[in-house]
Ligand binder design. Structure first.
Ligand code: AMP
Ligand code: TRP
Length: 325
């Protein structure tokens, strides 16, 4: 059985972009693949975090996976820092990664610009190498992510090939997996930029924790394009984004929605879209709130054990090849 690996950082508010770009794909993939879904807390601390908030966020993200429908009987869910091999393999991969490869990562450039006082940590620079370690430890074949991660997956492939060439075949070369529609959900306040946890305005995103009233207000205020037709297309980035969200949550095709709204305006469309989003988030939140923390901690413990066994074996193989055992 082929394997998939993916992860989300326990920082900021998870939003519809995270769900439609990543988690929604995991739900179908978990039926066909041996699936590993990680809460990547070591990645989160590459920018400053409040320790107590981080602790809470880690549990929250694990609960989001479960509430969204990741089934612990089919998939392995765990916390990155509970499996020590992630940091260990990262160090070894650091010795074959090259400075210019990391310097050209666009996420690093973006995030380092946002750090106050110009103090950019070495961890932030090294972030893609840790991500490569996450993926390669498990011989993952596919990595389901949004578009912003494709450059990191290319680096992962480069590092895996380089290691294999130097030391012999150890790592599987992974491929990114994404859907054309969900790979880049755009901001509601600016459809030229992606929906982001770290956006300046909360009108940029719909958080999975937003209340119905907030969702309705955010969609009402969402930017639209000139004209009045509910249509997708290159000249209508805002409507394309709203139609995409509607389509992915309702399962209706975009052209079907365009037909349905052919005689209606933006106002009617937005009202209906808000109800589709409220319905989805309401169902999601009900499941989230019904989860028992102790049960979730148990699932995470079992997950770390299963992941740890695979990662431990892989690390032994790596150390043997490198000459560390
Ligand atoms: P992060 O929140 O940066 O840990 O991202 C978690 C996952 O959500 C990754 O697979 C991202 O590629 C994906 N993601 C984040 N923002 C978006 C977005 N606006 N559209 C689609 N996918 C996204
Ligand atoms: N870097 C990813 C993000 O910000 C999260 C991540 C860490 C990840 N390790 C991973 C995603 C391994 C896929 C596979 O979204």
């Amino acid at each position: 059985m082929q394997r998939i690996f993916s992860g989300i950082q326990p920082s900021g508010n998870l939003h519809l972009g995270n769900y439609l770009g990543a988690i929604q794909n995991w739900l179908t993939l978990q039926n066909e693949y041996d699936s590993f879904f990680c809460v990547v807390d070591l990645h989160a601390i590459t920018v400053p975090q409040d320790p107590q908030k981080l602790r809470e966020k880690v549990l929250e993200v694990a609960k989001i996976y479960l509430a969204a429908g990741i089934d612990p009987n089919k998939s392995t869910i765990f916390i990155q820092s509970h499996v020590k091999e992630h940091a260990e393999l990262c160090w070894i991969l650091n010795t074959i990664a090259r400075l210019p490869e990391l310097e050209k990562m666009t996420q690093f450039k973006d995030k380092s610009q946002k750090q106050e006082g110009g103090s950019v940590g070495v961890g932030l620079f090294d972030y893609p190498v840790l991500m490569a370690a996450d993926i390669l430890l498990y011989n993952a074949n596919l990595v389901p992510v949004g578009e912003d991660q494709l450059q990191h997956i290319e680096l992962t492939k480069t590092l895996a090939r380089r290691f294999n060439q130097k030391f012999g075949e150890v790592f599987t070369i992974p491929e990114a997996h994404f859907t054309k529609e969900g790979m880049r959900v755009m901001g509601l306040d600016d459809p030229t930029k992606k929906m982001s946890k770290s956006a300046a305005s909360e009108y940029n995103y719909i958080a999975l924790t937003d209340s119905p009233a907030t969702i309705r207000e955010k969609i009402k205020k969402a930017v639209t394009d000139s004209g009045s037709k509910v249509k997708a297309g290159a000249d209508k980035p805002a409507l394309t984004n709203l139609l995409t969200i509607y389509s992915l949550l309702s399962g209706k095709k975009i052209n079907q929605l365009e037909d349905e709204y052919a005689d209606k305006g933006y106002g009617d469309f937005k009202k209906d879209l808000a109800e589709v989003v409220v319905d989805f988030i309401d169902g999601f939140q009900k499941k989230f709130n019904s989860l028992d923390n102790n049960e979730v901690l148990k699932i995470l413990d079992q997950g770390a054990q299963k992941a740890g066994e695979i990662a431990g074996k892989k690390m032994q193989e790596v150390k043997l090849k490198v000459g560390l055992s």
